[in-house]
Design a protein around this ligand. Sequence first.
Ligand code: GRF
Length: 317
Amino acid sequence: MHERSRVAVLISGRGSNMAALIYASRADDCPYEIALVTGDNPEAPGFELAEAEGVPVRRMPAPAKDKSQYFNALQKVLEDHSIDLVALAGFMRILPGEFVARWEGRMVNIHPSLLPRHKGLKTHHACLAAGESVTGATVHLVTPDLDSGEILGQVEVAVLPNDTPETLADRVLIAEHQLYPRVVSQYLSRTRDFDWITNKVGELALALPKTHYQTSHGSPGWKVGTQSSSKFFAIMWNRHHGEETVGVLVKCSGQDEMAQLIEADPDIYFRPAYYGPSDWVGITLDRPRVDWDHVADRLAQSWELVAPRRLLEAGGR
Ligand code: GRF
């Protein structure tokens, strides 16, 4: 069983989408757990439900003024709970740009329309006023522009001839409850996907000077040097030899360093089976909380260990 991603749900009211996320997380194969429910309105009914379900709850009343203090406190709570992903679910506060930037790619929202149609509030009124026959719900990444981030998933809902904004909202809500957990699960699962991980490593590896891609015995790898004379400094590791791990192999200074790394961080470093006493150490990457800056540093060290001397003398990287 993989380590689950830790999701925080932010609510201001009823919390029915929060409930849907909680119940979906009970499935054995769900890639996330709800590690925290928080929000600005201490009276929000959703808190009571979350508490009854045994989910950690933090009521955080928002002061009328000093928005930044509130969001600094919220940031601290999210960090204290080691949150990987923030899921907004009817959270009615406008988020400061700095907070949004901190959670770039790690904060999602659900909106009751088929975005980009009907951003903002009163979406069902707007849909009926426009005489549309189909509406729906959207899960998207949160960016500084309201309801405008990358769309991760949508579901369509038919508009009935006698729909009022209320009847339509009720039906869209049923669709929301199915969409949100499904999209959150898919989004979080990408961090276990070999191709997604390989792309991330490739971006970092190719940012180093004089590097290129090449496979090594079928595994994606990256070399430094010219096409005619070059050396591998990173090779992907994809559940080889019946092991579970997806990761990357990088060069270290030798057996001593490898033993130290593995002893200090056995969840992160591994000794690649069947490599014998080599200087290739594995970094596990199919985990929710990969520190990609650290991976970039290790790739750079590996690059330095194998880069041709003239590259290093020329100032290297
Ligand atoms: C939902 O309609 C959601 O799409 C919107 O706010 C509403 C929250 O409802 N962002 P609930 O609190 O999840 O029941």
